[in-house]
Design a protein around this ligand. Sequence first.
Ligand SMILES: [Zn+2]
Length: 102
Amino acid sequence: MGKKDRHTPRMAFVTLRDLPGTRVMFWVVDECPYCGERHLHPAGNLRTADPSDRLGEVPAVCDPTRVYELALPPRPKKKAGKTERRRERQGGKRDVVDDDKW
Ligand SMILES: [Zn+2]
């Protein structure tokens, strides 16, 4: 393949996960910059591989003709501030906002 596209790869933020009971790790793209889906990229064996070696440009799972750049997400801001989320008084897991009238 001669021609290499010079498109700037999109960033794909990843989280490192491992399979319970194994030493196999995955970089999980929570939201693909192209299709919005979740993709998994094997990051190797915990013992033998450095998962950060797998970061960087990789072909997108959904479209191998494109690449995105696996990158760690920016750290959440830890500044103590006024932005505590206390206003959200969610007692529990209440995703249901049904106002259905039967
Ligand atoms: Zn995708």
